[in-house]
Design a protein. Structure first.
Lengths: 589, 597
């Protein structure tokens, strides 16, 4: 490896050729502040438009200051990261950014969690020397995401996520100069665009320009209504991330405290989406085997591969972008919606209340879930199966508001019957998990044999597109996995071109899967956090006594008492769905 | 051109076109035919003569008669008197503003005397829509010479030796740029012509494309040969319809003649051209922004390196040169690098085209050798300041150049001198200001332009320029403080130091150079709330002259904001803080006691 010697702040360091000043300095323990720059190392995502100019440094012999994020080190370079010229420029630029930013920090959704606010605090800004007009735009509220672009600082992270990573192409810079801002084309609203509500824009926004629609007050009102029975379900990825909001190390598993907190918040029944994840495997796994068998028997009308359908961002994506392929994904509803459908029928009957008197709340790592639960097809007579979906972040706010000392809570269990789940359900929270859970069940159902080893290491990891062939007792099943919609697009294109060799594909909209969801605690560019959550997911699975969905006794009971068998007529009615061609839904005002 | 005895050249540039020169051309042709002169007199439309101030222009060759402000109504007289009887029409001749004498031909006009036209050599001389006329002026000879007698490296060496530097503003060595692109290894490379001329009031590139499109086509083909490219792209703003038309015609003709296509001049060299239209964003003159715009992306600059020579259009090596730069190339090949290098100053060779505008007698397009002084340009070519007013400043380098003063008048114009003086060459805008111009307002005017044209990508340019504008506005409103001037200075330096592209790095130049050169005016605006030129309306003061005031109270009674105090039959006074400068007092006073300061 070719190396280069340079001096940064009087420190001589040696780095590989092609290293930027920012990275070289970081390696030498010198922190150069930056704002627009974002590097999710483990996910191979980098945003460096060099637009904020906060990371400027002085390079000896250069006419102007150099942005450290994009300037490569050169042999013999002498860099100063904090002389008076640099400090003055950096502070002036920050003051300029602040001068075009609302100062309503106290009532901002990102108060205390805003990178711009943190930077202003670190720089000791006490006065703005340059004040003037602020650029203002109309607020845009969609079913899941709020764009308050007065707070946009043009870091372009959301744009990079939406275009380069997700290939959705909704967000890009519009207008010019002082009025330039990131928005959908023609500045139309998000709900009139092809937005999938994956929330990756929100996950990387350094300020309060992009936030989730907050449903915590609706939940508080429901809890306070004595006529309502409030049922809560919590997604697998929440339990490995919520702790971060309470200062716990990334990857801390807080399942027991989570159940305890929800109980203290006043939910009548504290259930688990994992239960519905097991149910999903029963339905989706059966559908897989059914389609596989018919396809292998020569029925040309049965298309393969089958694609998972538990991710609502992904569903929105193919409805908009690949409407001609709507017969390929599984018809199984997502676990959130299966839970809602069962809670408001089977469980409501069990406890003897009407569905109108039950409120189902979901805690999700996801913003697209907010949109999903508002879809018309998931309601009966105007009453939705899931009433409100709140994010991991919103739950943390709810817990803090309710004077619950989360870290001191005892470990408690979920309630029965819909709180019982298996390890297979837990791993739904990470990329590769759904398909591994499906394989665990499908293998045993198909072959009639017991799995010797339930851990399919070949399906795990962080690589964006992964593939493995699983031996179903002599029948090789080709599995594909993609996370991040841009990678999903590649696999879809292969299918469209007739080049795909897969029998089944798992797709998750967010990089990393649900652990990296748009509703999770903010990672602020530290992708090791997402890796830690993934590790915790597999740890939780390994610690479970039952690790295969079809062995969940409450699932067996549900079929026995209510549904009959997987893909029965009742199951079809309650647990499956259909998709809509939305390719022409984009409205230009 | 030799078979005709006389040639009538009618300017077909955009300016003259707008003043009915097309009708004039048709009328002249009709009358010439009517009189049976069409075998002896050729009437053609040419490109711009540069002397736009007095357009439409008609030039008659071979005697160089130069008629100004000609209308279609003059056509018959020109034919009858000049072409038939050989008598020049006095009233249409150019009048020297100094001695009021009618000048018989262009060679004796001050406007042309000091000019040396290399890039503009064919403008106003040939019919731009006729490739034969270009060829008759040694057109495509340079291309033939390169393809048949020289290796690409030899051409590059010649270009380097000539000392030609980019005319778009950067001033980078053209030969060196070609060499770097030629050394980039790639299956596909591009030659791009930057015709996104955006400086307010500048029209150098447009005139060349309208008046001599083949020179650019020929040069691009030579560049393609040097760097190993077979595709040329002209990025031209859609607001230049005439230039686009002429360029399209020229490309079609060049293809027909085998000068573009798969086998140029039967040498096996392949090169062809395509047009790409810009929507008129100033920042798209910056080469990376230009390339992104051509790719269909937002016209925003990206950080260099990588330079386009290494990674440009769709990631392929791309050589971007400006129109004027290209226009110089064929002449350099034909006449040799040594000839070119003998013109100009030490580090700036050749000539430069300027669009002369502002408070100057001869507004128009000029081309002078590098090293000509500002005084020569303004007083000899430009004919001095309009209406006998006093020269105050000249702004060079477009909106992000600086304002130079009296003390810079004798410094030779070249890349380095202009930068040393706090301005820059830019693409060649030159705006002259006189004593009636307020320099704070001038700085504000330019900032208004850069605020409008900033792409918004980097914070210092997006927000910083806006703040500069706001502070300048405050000053012109009489609300400025000394601290504001300090803020202007600090902010200007920070923007220059931190902005992403050339636009932001130079946009504070008008502010810094006016503070530097017109400090007194800034201080007056701040301390005395006074604008000596009277341009800042908010700083005007209505004053009552005590000696003339008889105390009639008419002013006080008519003041809408009760800003006038005084007893009946006593002297009245205007409270300047309350006064809204409506002028009602001035109108009502019958004793000439109210005046404006």
């Amino acid at each position: 490896m070719e190396t280069i010697k340079l001096t940064i702040d009087n420190k001589v360091i040696e780095v590989a050729k092609g290293t930027t000043i920012l990275k070289a300095a970081k390696g030498a323990g010198i922190h150069i502040p930056s704002l627009c720059y974002l590097h999710l190392h483990d996910l191979n995502i980098e945003n460096k438009p060099a637009g904020c100019r906060i990371c400027v440094v002085e390079v000896q012999g250069r006419r102007n200051l150099a942005p450290a994020c994009v300037t490569d080190c050169a042999e013999g370079m002498v860099v100063n990261t904090h002389n008076i010229r640099v400090l003055n420029s950096r502070k002036t630029v920050l003051e300029l950014i602040l001068s075009d930013h609302p100062t309503d920090c106290l009532i901002c959704a990102k108060n205390g969690n805003c990178e711009l606010q943190t930077m202003a605090q670190e720089f000791g800004i006490r006065k703005l020397h340059y004040e003037g007009e602020q650029s203002t735009y109309r607020e845009d509220t969609s079913p899941a995401i709020i764009r308050d672009v007065d707070k946009c600082i043009m870091c372009r992270r959301c744009e990079m996520m939406c275009n380069d990573v997700q290939t959705v192409g909704v967000l890009s810079a519009v207008n010019r100069g002082f009025m330039s801002v990131v928005a959908p084309a023609f500045e139309r609203n998000l709900d009139h665009s092809e937005c999938t509500y994956c929330g990756q824009c929100v996950a990387v926004c350094p300020t309060g320009a992009l936030t989730e629609v907050d449903h915590t007050n609706a939940v508080i009102r429901a809890l306070a209504d004595p006529s309502k029975t409030v049922v809560v379900q919590t997604a697998p990825a929440v339990r490995v991330a919520l702790g971060e909001e309470f200062g716990l190390e990334a990857g801390t598993i807080v399942t027991g405290k989570l159940a305890a907190a929800l109980r203290r918040l006043g939910f009548n029944f504290v259930f688990d989406t994992d239960f519905a994840a097991d149910l999903t495997i029963m339905e989706e796994g059966t559908e897989l085997l059914d389609r596989l068998t018919r396809h292998l028997n020569g029925d040309k009308d049965v298309p393969l591969p089958i694609l998972t359908s538990c991710c609502p961002g992904w569903v929105n994506f193919f409805e908009h972008q690949f409407p001609e392929m709507m017969d390929i994904p599984s018809t199984a509803r997502s676990p959130q919606q299966m839970f809602g459908a069962i809670a408001k029928t089977y469980f409501a009957e069990k406890i003897g209340i009407k569905r109108e008197d039950m409120v189902v709340v979901s805690i999700m790592p996801c913003l697209a879930k907010k949109f999903e639960c508002q879809r018309d097809e998931f309601s009966t007579n105007g009453n939705p199966d899931v009433d409100f979906s709140i994010s991991t972040r919103e739950l943390a706010h709810l817990i803090k508001q309710s004077n619950i000392n989360f870290n001191e809570l005892p470990e408690e269990d979920f309630d029965h019957p819909m709180g019982e789940s298996t390890g297979a359900a837990v791993i739904f929270g990470t990329t590769g998990g759904v398909i591994e859970a499906a394989v665990r069940t499908a293998y045993e159902v198909q072959t009639g044999k017991k799995l010797q080893k339930v851990d399919f290491e070949e399906l795990r990891g962080m690589e964006y597109i992964r593939q493995a062939t699983i031996d179903f007792d002599g029948l090789p099943i080709n599995i594909g996995i993609a996370h991040g919609l841009g990678n999903a697009r590649k696999l879809l294109q292969d299918i469209k071109d007739g080049k795909s060799k897969f029998h089944a594909i798992e797709i998750m909209a967010c990089p990393g899967g649900c652990i990296g969801g748009g509703g999770q605690p903010l990672h602020h560019g530290d992708s090791s956090i997402i890796k830690a959550r993934q590790k915790a997911i597999y740890l939780e699975d390994a610690g479970k006594t039952i690790r295969k969905s079809h062995e969940n006794p409450y699932i067996a009971k549900l079929y026995e008492e209510f549904l009959g068998k997987p893909m029965s007529e009742k199951a079809h009615h309650l647990l499956h769905t259909h998709y809509f061609d939305k390719s022409n839904d984009t409205v230009i005002e | 051109m030799s078979k005709y005895k006389m040639h009538v050249l009618v300017c077909g540039g955009t300016g003259c076109h707008a003043s009915e020169s097309d009708q004039l051309l048709e009328d002249l042709k009709t009358i010439v035919t009517e009189k049976g002169l069409d075998s002896e007199v050729q009437v053609i439309a040419t490109g711009c003569f540069g002397f736009c101030e007095k357009g439409p222009i008609v030039k008659i060759m071979p005697d160089n008669t130069f008629y100004t402000q000609v209308t279609p109504a003059d056509a018959r007289e020109i034919v009858d008197e000049h072409l038939i009887k050989g008598r020049k029409i006095n009233r249409l001749l150019y009048v020297d503003p100094e001695n009021q004498e009618h000048i018989a031909d262009s060679k004796h006009m001050g406007f042309y005397k000091k000019q040396l036209r290399i890039a503009l050599r064919n403008c106003g001389f040939i019919d731009p829509e006729n490739i034969d006329e270009y060829i008759s002026r040694d057109g495509y000879e340079a291309l033939a010479k390169c393809l048949t007698e020289m290796t690409p490296q030899q051409v590059i060496e010649e270009m380097k030796k000539s000392g030609l530097r980019g005319r778009g503003g950067g001033g980078f060595s053209t030969g060196l740029k070609w060499e770097i692109t030629s050394k980039s290894v790639s299956d596909v490379k591009y030659v791009v012509c930057n015709a996104d001329e955006g400086d307010p009031g500048a029209f150098m590139d447009r005139s060349i494309l309208e008046g001599d499109p083949h020179s650019v086509i020929e040069a691009m083909a030579i560049c393609g040969y040097c760097i190993g490219s077979s595709i040329g792209l002209v990025y031209i703003r859609a607001e230049y319809p005439l230039a686009i038309d002429r360029l399209k015609t020229a490309i079609a003709q060049a293809r027909e003649y085998g000068l573009l296509g798969n086998n140029v001049l039967d040498t096996g060299f392949a090169f062809d051209l395509e047009l790409r239209y810009g929507a008129g964003a100033f920042v798209c003159g910056e080469e990376t922004a230009l390339i992104h715009s051509m790719e269909g992306l937002r016209g925003e600059p990206t950080v260099k390196p990588p330079f386009p020579s290494v990674s440009g259009y769709y990631g392929k090596p791309t050589n971007v040169n400006n129109v004027e730069t290209f226009a110089n190339v064929p002449v350099i090949i034909n006449k040799g690098a040594d000839w070119f290098a003998s013109i100009g100053s030490e580090n700036s060779k050749g000539t430069k085209v300027f669009a002369l505008a502002g408070k100057i007698n001869n507004v128009g397009l000029i081309e002078v050798p590098m090293g000509t002084t500002l005084r020569e340009v303004i007083y000899e070519i430009g004919g001095g300041i309009k209406d006998g007013k006093k020269f105050k400043a000249v702004q060079t380098g477009g909106p992000s150049g600086g304002c130079l003063t009296e003390k810079h008048l004798d410094s030779p114009i070249d890349y380095d001198n202009l930068i040393a003086a706090g301005s820059m060459m830019g693409s060649g805008g030159m705006i002259v200001m006189d004593e009636d111009d307020c320099m704070v307002s001038i700085a504000k005017f330019y900032l208004d332009f850069t605020v409008e044209e900033s792409c918004g990508k980097c914070a210092p340019c997006r927000i910083g320029n806006k703040r500069l504008y706001e502070i300048l506005d405050k000053l012109t409103q009489g609300k400025g403080t000394r601290e504001d001037i300090d803020s202007l200075r600090n902010l200007s330096h920070v923007i220059k130091d931190t902005a992403l592209c050339g636009l932001g790095q130079t946009s504070p130049n008008p502010v810094l150079s006016t503070i530097e050169n017109f400090w007194d005016e800034y201080i007056e605006h701040v301390d005395e709330k006074k604008c000596r030129s009277g341009q800042c309306k908010a700083l005007l003061q209505y004053i009552i002259e005590p000696e003339n005031c008889v105390g009639c109270t008419a002013c006080a009674r008519n003041c809408p904001v009760n800003a006038i105090y005084g007893e009946r039959k006593g002297v009245h006074v205007i409270d300047q803080v309350t006064c809204i400068k409506c002028g009602a007092c001035l109108e009502k006073c019958k004793f000439n006691a109210v005046f404006i300061k």
